[in-house]
Design a protein around this ligand. Structure first.
Ligand SMILES: [Zn+2]
Length: 312
């Protein structure tokens, strides 16, 4: 009995040692690069600008998928579980992610919610609320549409990477500083376009994702839908209201978003002789654009040209 116990103990210790070695080598192998998983494009691009190929970076929601009505797969759960840094937006649209995060052990993970990086705004504001519309308040999740918020988010991502990966901290910091400089230039360009524009009003014949952008640059916006969800439905009264606004203010451009059916924007344009142009919210990217290496800055610089036309 005692002899068997001793052999058992030795075998037990031996197995711990073996196991220990195996785990050690696994950790070393896996820890060459941090695994960063970002749910959608803006935070994916910010992490890429800061860390380049010194991290393993994955965008969870595949390019071309509609971020507002995304159905998670079992593989998504595994990807979230495997991440060292997980970056999501937060808010109502990301309830499914909160459910996943509540069901797994995240004590060894850094989880960044974009909504926690900035001052949040409500989805509905006075300027575009339709008279008598319901008073349900929801936080607008499109925080990244303001370049100033993009700076705050990039800062937080960089800080988090530096904490986990001190060896590359100076590289991350350098890239962050360069990126912030570019965002400042972009911010100044937007300010300049708004300051020199003939008007301060934008019309969206579409869903609305630019609350933070509009707030940042002091623009009034009227939209067919108060928010950005694909389930939102507009009605005849709101359509008539927008068409009247375009006529009253002689607005030259009706805006639409990326991945839009364009139906409403075209209908408003037809009634008013305005032109339809796209403001890219960066919420959804096409597969082809993603593969071409499009960036937040590229999309925003295109928006700059659109804004110039819409405000003059
Ligand atoms: Zn959106």
């Amino acid at each position: 009995m005692r002899k068997f116990g001793l052999i058992g103990l030795v075998a037990f210790i031996f197995s711990i040692l073996l196991c220990g070695c195996r785990i050690d080598s696994q950790i070393k192998e896996g820890s060459k690069k941090i695994n960063v998983v970002a749910t959608i494009f803006p935070q994916y691009d910010f992490a890429r600008q800061i860390a380049g190929d010194r991290i393993n970076l994955k965008m969870l929601i595949p390019p071309g998928a509609e971020a507002h009505s995304y159905e998670p797969t079992p593989q998504d759960m595994i990807n979230i579980q495997k991440s060292d840094v997980f970056i999501y937006v937060g808010g109502e649209n990301d309830n499914w992610i909160d459910n996943i995060l509540n069901s797994i052990d995240i004590s060894q993970k850094k989880v960044i919610s974009l909504l926690d990086c900035v001052d949040v705004l409500d989805e509905n504001s006075e300027s575009d609320a339709q008279p008598g519309s319901d008073s349900h308040r929801e936080v607008d999740e499109h925080v990244w549409t303001s370049p100033k918020n993009a700076m705050k988010i990039a800062q937080k991502i960089s800080e988090t990477l530096c904490e986990l990966d001190a060896d590359n901290a100076s590289f991350y910091n350098q890239n962050l500083n360069k990126y912030i400089e570019q965002l400042k230039i972009l911010d100044n360009k937007f300010k300049n376009v708004v300051a020199t524009g003939k008007r301060k009003t934008l019309i969206f014949g579409d869903r609305f994702a630019f609350r933070y952008f509009a707030e940042e640059y002091g623009l009034n916006c009227y939209a067919a839908f108060s928010g950005c969800s694909s389930q939102t439905e507009t009605n005849a009264a709101q359509m008539a209201y927008i068409i009247d606004k375009v006529k009253e203010l002689k607005i030259p451009v009706v805006l639409k978003m990326e991945l839009s059916s364009e139906n409403i924007a075209r209908a408003v344009a037809q009634e008013t002789n305005a032109k339809v142009l796209t403001m890219h919210s960066c919420h959804n990217v096409l597969k082809s654009e993603f593969e071409n290496g499009e960036t937040y800055l590229n999309y925003m610089n295109k928006n700059l040209d659109v804004l110039k036309e819409a405000l003059n």
